[in-house]
Design a protein around this ligand. Structure first.
Ligand SMILES: Cc1cc2nc3c(=O)[nH]c(=O)nc-3n(C[C@H](O)[C@H](O)[C@H](O)COP(=O)(O)OP(=O)(O)OC[C@H]3O[C@@H](n4cnc5c(N)ncnc54)[C@H](O)[C@@H]3O)c2cc1C
Length: 446
């Protein structure tokens, strides 16, 4: 009989991971989610019969915890991962494309030949990029001083000019850190480049979903949680998490342990004073950065590859979403705009006037192609602000109060705010929870 009860607050990837892990350990779990659906920041909605993701999500082969969650949800066959990292790179100023493609050589040699031929830089600048990459591989990403330094500052000190930053470092960095180099923490940037590109050749092979995100995460999780015996309460915005005797209450329901897997502002509001050992106001200080996606439908095929990255353009990454959305005629293109502070409040007509011409130049759109639809999705708090000095504002899974744990991509996983970080945080919270109470007590109550 299950007598140890865990309340998990938040049904994003962190909370889903925590709830399933606890259930797999034989604990009695109730999951509270404010919205009507699971999946948190990864979701889809229907529009004119098409499935639209709130924002394009990709992962890398090194995201092992995330892929483990997909296995657990029974949906690992609904994603694809490139055999070898291959990023087509298009410029608005030059019709000939370039690529960032790895070879079969071990890291870091796997990127040597692609960088040697990288069209958007002079040979001397390419050599400087290689030297900086090797130096970045030696940066101690766990050093607090490193976290306090900006990536852009470090790149400049390592001979990288604006052109190299734009065409190499920001090409990868903006999408993974949701910040340009000058506003990103060096420690987080070092994590991305070391783990993704410098330590293992296969690590950065890119993966993406073949189905809408809602199907991949939220809906699959609903089934897995039900099968694991978890009680799921959607449309349940938790207001009170209160210590009660040896345990806790969540809006009046009693639990032995609670995992708060909510965004920072909700965690600061819900956790009792003193539980999170950071100065009051820490969530606001940590802050957030928006991501905007442009959704563009044409009456014909205008892109013959699954995605590309852009240089010499205000656009960043462009994806073909036709199949996932269920579009049967024409093509559906999604443009992901990270670090979108300047665009988050821009009205749709202005975004269209400003940005569509750039997309059409990158797509080499001909006069015959007809635009069918243009719309925009905005995620104001897509990630925490991954600027220098954030490490000290990322709380750990264990709080100062027994039985209360934290999860979320913003917690101190060492990873940037990613799906991988969210899943790792859920795992860390459950590891702390299982250690948190003496084994004898666990045996006594389970
Ligand atoms: C547009 C966009 C693009 C992205 N692209 C990528 C990408 O390409 N690759 C990648 O790895 N990552 C990407 N990310 C980041 C990734 O989606 C997140 O890091 C991850 O999903 C965060 O998961 P989480 O569980 O930590 O938080 P969340 O998903 O925010 O989950 C928290 C949950 O808590 C719920 N909640 C809040 N308050 C309460 C309350 N009081 N009671 C009950 N429930 C509550 C919320 O409704 C939410 O469901 C992207 C994010 C966005 C928005």
């Amino acid at each position: 009989m299950i007598t140890r009860r865990v309340g998990v607050v938040g049904g994003g990837l962190a909370g889903l991971t925590a709830a399933l892990r606890c259930a797999d350990e034989g604990l009695g779990v109730t999951l509270f989610e404010a919205r009507p659906r699971l999946g948190g920041l990864t979701y889809s909605f229907q529009r004119d019969g098409l499935w639209i993701d709130n924002g394009q999500h990709v992962f890398l082969r090194c995201c092992t915890a995330y892929q483990g969650l997909l296995e657990r949800l029974g949906v690992a066959d609904r994603v694809t991962v490139q055999d070898r990292l291959d990023v087509p790179v298009r410029s608005e100023l030059d019709r000939r494309g370039g690529r960032l493609r790895r070879t079969g050589l071990p890291a870091p040699l796997h990127l040597g030949s692609t960088l040697a031929r990288y069209r958007w830089l002079s040979p001397a600048a390419r050599a400087r990029v290689v030297r900086a990459a090797l130096a970045l591989g030696r940066v101690d990403r766990t050093d607090p001083e490193v976290d306090r330094r900006s990536f852009g500052d470090w790149l400049t000190a390592h001979g990288q000019d604006q052109r190299a930053i734009e065409t190499v470092w920001d090409l990868i960095g903006i999408a993974t850190l949701n910040a340009p180099a000058e506003r990103a923490s060096l420690a987080l940037a070092a994590t991305v480049f070391q783990v993704g590109l410098l330590e293992s050749a296969a690590a950065a092979d890119i993966g993406w979903s073949l189905v809408p995100l809602q199907e991949l995460h939220g809906d699959a999780a609903s089934r897995a949680l039900a099968a694991a015996g978890v009680t799921v309460r959607t449309r349940s915005k938790v207001r009170d998490v209160v210590p009660a005797g040896d345990g806790w209450t969540v809006d009046g329901a009693a639990f032995d342990d609670v995992v708060l897997a909510v965004p920072p502002s909700a965690a600061e509001m819900l956790a009792p004073a003193g539980a999170i050992e950071l100065e009051s106001g820490w969530a606001e200080e940590l802050g957030s950065t928006p991501i905007v996606n442009l959704h563009v439908i044409y009456d014909r095929v205008v892109l013959d590859e699954p995605f590309f990255a852009a240089v010499d353009s205000p656009l960043q990454w462009v994806f073909d979403r036709t199949h996932q959305a269920g579009l049967s005629r024409g093509q559906y293109i999604a443009v992901s705009l990270s670090a979108a502070e300047d665009l988050i409040d821009t009205p749709v007509p202005e975004l269209r006037d400003r940005l569509l011409p750039h997309l059409e130049r990158l797509l080499r759109i001909t006069d015959e192609a007809r635009l069918v639809e243009f719309f925009v999705t905005r995620e104001r708090q897509a990630t925490f602000r991954q600027r220098p000095g954030t490490a000290g504002l990322r709380a750990s899974a264990r709080t100062a109060l027994p039985g209360l744990y934290l999860a979320g991509a913003w917690t101190d996983t060492g990873w940037p705010a990613t799906m991988e970080g969210a899943v790792r945080s859920g795992e860390a919270a459950v590891a702390a929870l299982l250690q948190g109470r003496p084994a004898e007590r666990r045996e006594a109550v389970v």
